[in-house]
Design a protein around this ligand. Structure first.
Ligand code: FAD
Ligand code: SF4
Ligand code: SF4
Length: 519
């Protein structure tokens, strides 16, 4: 093997000295790949033909609906190694192309298969600020894993997310993840509005560069939707707290219970800092304007989920403790088939609901939520009423049932999705003690909220940015995450936060140069 490794090493190094446009270089790369595959890889990798795909053990639905703990057990070391070895080390890794962070997936899979976990962790962390969180909650079936070539070839995907989580959990356990040590602090500061994944990722990257960072958040805990939106059974809260504590230990200042627009205006904040990042997410629930919408016991999804998450964190939540926001022993109807809807139905099951039904206007194939999450919900006893649409909430003071109509799918609209249409005379009633609106979120009116009418927004209310620099129309004010994209994903928020860092740094360097020249 040593001779073979040497041959590979020689080819690798010769290849590096050749210009990529030189045809000889391509020949060398081709030979290199062949020598590599033939001589080194078979020992550790390309095992997908003999080794089947295996996710970490999923707890039985009976066991997992009794608590709010994560539904998958962690990989044991041998399993993570074995599953990593299934990767075929593609020349063009589609998994990486379809990961919003372009994680170096084949590299860390190979290192895991070779037992080189510390190196794997370094690579994982070089592109992602929260790999264990992404490994748990990215909709991998739509991103990296859904595009894995061996999945496409029918062998079952490499379990990329679980390995990413395994590597990072190991790194925490072994103490490889340490607070940032700033050797020379730069005398410039950045104010970040919002302690969700976009704000946290940007804060961490800027702190690594030496800037002074203050994060302002209107909640009492940092983490944004990671802490109060996403339920524990998908993401245990200690993982979020572990990350935010690390940032505190890195010298980043957190100002909680502090709402920009209420405690300070955007203009005042701009005077305190050299640059600003707006990463406030989107929180305004899309309204259901139906007869009976004003009846009691109809709640927006975030109110229901926040109460449940707060309980899990040990808080006193009056509306939960008095039973109002608690699904126990109730017939629950959830309206909406996205990921938020899935979180609500599964939370209601765990709170001990009598029945949980999810209404969706289209069919299962056209559902926006992750197929994996829908499957988990079905296993846990949730009933999906496909092709149904609420027409009216019925009740005297509080809701007692919902009037629904059947839908059918018509022609595809401009987005390519088939349009739901009402089926005439198809109305039917369904009992409900509580209804939850999970139809999605829109941005709040930020120019008004921030007392900054000049801040430019799109027709959807998201903040307009220069796509290259991520700067808003206000000089030195940048924006990232859901408030720019609309409701999206954690991994995209992290990507935005990291991209914003590059532009903010450039802006701050130019600002410093200007002031040095002027002095
Ligand atoms: P947020 O996480 O929303 O953070 C924004 C922060 O800004 C909050 O802490 C808020 O308090 C603060 N803030 C807002 N306004 C102000 C103000 N005026 N002053 C001070 N602070 C302010 N994504 C996935 O990838 N996987 C999932 O499984 C998943 N599940 C989800 C489940 C639910 C129920 C929801 C609602 C979303 C889910 N998402 C999921 C989406 C994901 O959580 C978001 O895309 C992501 O959190 C956006 O990050 P962000 O930093 O832009 O905003
Ligand atoms: Fe896959 Fe998300 Fe990890 Fe990227 S960050 S590799 S999409 S799990
Ligand atoms: Fe490995 Fe699949 Fe990525 Fe190819 S696409 S490098 S097989 S994980």
């Amino acid at each position: 093997m040593q001779n073979k490794s040497l041959i590979y090493w020689v080819f690798q190094n010769i290849g590096q000295f050749l210009c990529p446009k030189n045809p000889f270089s391509l020949i060398f790369i081709g030979i290199k790949v062949e020598v590599y595959k033939e001589n080194i890889m078979p020992d550790k990798m390309l095992k997908f033909v003999n080794v089947g795909m295996q996710m970490p053990t999923k707890r039985t639905s009976g066991a997992r609906t009794k608590d709010f703990k994560e539904i998958y057990d962690a990989f044991i070391h041998e399993k993570a190694k074995e599953q990593s070895s299934r990767c075929s080390q593609c020349g063009v890794p589609f998994c990486q192309v379809h990961c919003p962070l372009h994680n170096n997936i084949p590299d860390w899979l190979k290192l895991t298969a070779e037992d080189r976990l510390q190196e794997a962790h370094e690579i994982v962390h070089s592109t992602n600020n929260m790999p264990e969180i992404c490994g748990s909650i990215c909709p991998q079936d739509r991103l990296c894993e859904g595009n894995c070539v061996i999945e496409r070839a029918g062998h079952g995907t490499v379990t990329i997310g679980s390995v990413e989580k395994y590597i990072t959990d190991t790194a925490w356990e072994k103490g490889w993840i340490k607070p940032i040590k700033v050797l020379k602090e730069i005398d410039q500061s950045v104010g970040i509005i919002g302690a969700g994944p976009a704000g946290l990722a940007c804060a961490e990257e800027l702190r690594k560069l030496g800037y002074k960072i203050a994060i302002y958040d209107r909640y009492d805990r940092p983490g944004g939707l990671l802490i109060y939106g996403i339920p524990n059974f998908k993401l245990e809260k200690f993982t979020v707290e572990r990350r935010t504590n690390l940032l505190k230990e890195s010298g980043i200042k957190f100002k909680q219970d502090f709402e920009v627009g209420k405690n300070i205006s955007l203009d005042e904040l701009r005077k305190k800092h050299d640059a600003i990042l707006i990463a406030t997410g989107v929180y305004k629930p899309r309204e259901i304007n139906l007869p009976g919408s004003d009846l009691k016991n109809i709640f927006p999804a975030m109110e229901f989920l926040t109460a449940s998450n707060r309980k899990g964190l040990g808080d006193r939540v009056e509306n939960f403790d008095n039973g109002i926001l608690n699904a126990e022993n109730k017939d629950i109807i959830i309206i909406g088939g996205g990921d938020t809807g899935m979180d609500c139905v599964r939370t209601a099951v765990r709170q001990g609901a009598k029945s949980v039904k999810c209404l969706y206007r289209r069919d299962k194939e056209n559902m926006p939520g992750s197929a994996r999450e829908v499957h988990n919900a079905e296993e846990e006893g949730v009933e999906f009423i496909w092709l149904s649409n609420p027409k009216k909430f019925i009740g005297t003071l509080q809701i007692s049932s919902v009037l629904l109509e059947r839908m059918k799918l018509g022609e595809a609209d401009s987005s390519g999705r088939k349009k739901p249409e009402s089926v005439p005379n198809s109305e039917f009633e369904m009992k409900a003690d509580m209804a939850i609106n999970a139809l999605g979120f829109d941005p709040e009116d930020l120019p008004k909220l921030f007392n900054s009418p000049e801040l430019s927004i799109s027709k959807w209310g998201t903040i307009k940015i220069n796509l290259k620099t991520m700067e808003t129309n206000l000089s030195g004010v940048f924006a990232a995450g859901d408030i720019v994209r609309g409701a999206s994903l954690v991994v995209w928020a992290i990507r935005d936060g990291r991209d914003a860092t590059v532009s903010i740094r450039k802006y701050l360097e130019q600002k410093l140069n200007k002031s040095e020249k002027a002095a």
